[in-house]
Design a protein around this ligand. Sequence first.
Ligand code: ATP
Length: 295
Amino acid sequence: MNTTNAAISLRGLRKTYAGTPAVDGVDLDIDHGEVFALLGPNGAGKTTTVEILEGFRRRDGGEVSVLGTDPATADRTWQARIGIVLQNTGGHDELTVDEVIRHFAGYYPAARDADEVIHAVGLEDKRSTRVRHLSGGQRRRLDVALGILGRPELLFLDEPTTGFDPEARREFWDLIASLADDGTTILLTTHYLDEAEHLADRVGVIAGGRIVAVDAPARLGGREQDTAVVGWVDRGSRQEMATAEPARFIAGLSARFGGEVPGLTVSRPSLEDTYLRLIGASTRHDGPTEHLEHA
Ligand SMILES: Nc1ncnc2c1ncn2[C@@H]1O[C@H](COP(=O)(O)OP(=O)(O)OP(=O)(O)O)[C@@H](O)[C@H]1O
């Protein structure tokens, strides 16, 4: 297996539940320092894949290397190098935010400073609040705080901003960007396409347990080569033209209007359009998958 610069390397990963494949031959390399978003509809196999990488689930086939180690046989030293934010964590209801963070800091050989972490996730106002009194979004921030406490080289984030209000999501994105700047490798799953577009160096789309596309968000599924649609207003009526050469077309329009083009817009398929096309194509080939969910 080629693991030269890969923080994560998968070859032919397979997992079957009661004879039904949930992950069906996944090959993937994620580089050190990369932010990688795994996208896919409900039931696509994201959580199963990620939990195998985290060492929580056993695979039925394939090769897996995470930070140079097979998670199925990894020890505590390896565990201390990764950070995990699961979809639903609970517990510690009677402790305060401050107590929970200081308690878990004790488990790591070189934990981040508790105050620094509380500040990073924006829970300063809640440091003396018991966990059971936190809102859903605040609990999620606490989950993230616990995930980054041990200065992980590799951070797994499973739907990290579900339940966040828009401002909290932006703040969280800044936090992830700063962790990435420090060299942390990040694998996140999300149903928010804008989140993937904002944060990820590359995205992988998984459907029916198979990877159907991997690329930078701007290039996924040939997006950057897709036809652009130029819109404008001519004598009060909206016009549109699909073109592979929008700059040339707009130059022609501008000449016609003698300068500014009224109501000019240029649009290309959004990441969501591309994602839905990829998922749709996969669904048609593989039979029905479960419901789509996206923000
Ligand atoms: N413990 C389990 N036992 C049986 N089937 C399971 C188990 N965990 C997952 N599955 C099935 O495996 C498939 C993949 O599930 P998985 O949770 O990996 O999907 P996902 O992409 O994370 O979905 P979501 O976006 O809803 O979180 C689904 O069909 C699911 O029903």
